[in-house]
Design a protein. Structure first.
Length: 108
């Protein structure tokens, strides 16, 4: 899947997702550091990419407000970067870009 990692997203998770075969661009690679959440959502949508973020509340609010997007994946932070990449990979394995909003949490 094509993903767009928000600037707060750990690069180690991005690297893990790339190992799983996902095409991931980071905000930093796109030159959008410091951009507001709506701008990030719009940039990702223009590229048909789903947003990866830890900023659940803001992106879920934008989703509820009806802003166009190609998916939001809101994740709980996890210091086990490969475990988080694996959980994200599993959660999105059957999805295609679309206006969905998904949470990926740490196991209990």
């Amino acid at each position: 899947m094509q993903l767009y990692a928000d600037e707060d997203f750990a690069y180690q998770v991005v690297a893990g997702l790339r190992q799983f075969g996902h095409d991931v661009i980071t905000v930093q690679e796109d030159g959008r550091q410091g951009a507001d959440d709506l701008s990030i959502l719009m940039a990702a949508h223009a590229m048909r990419r789903s947003v990866l973020t830890h900023n659940r509340r803001h992106f879920e609010r934008l989703h509820r407000q009806g802003h166009l997007h190609s998916g939001v994946i809101a994740c709980k932070r996890d210091d086990d970067f490969m475990a988080l990449a694996s959980r994200i990979n599993s959660a999105i394995s059957q999805l295609s870009p679309g206006p969905w909003c998904l949470r990926v949490n740490r196991p209990p």
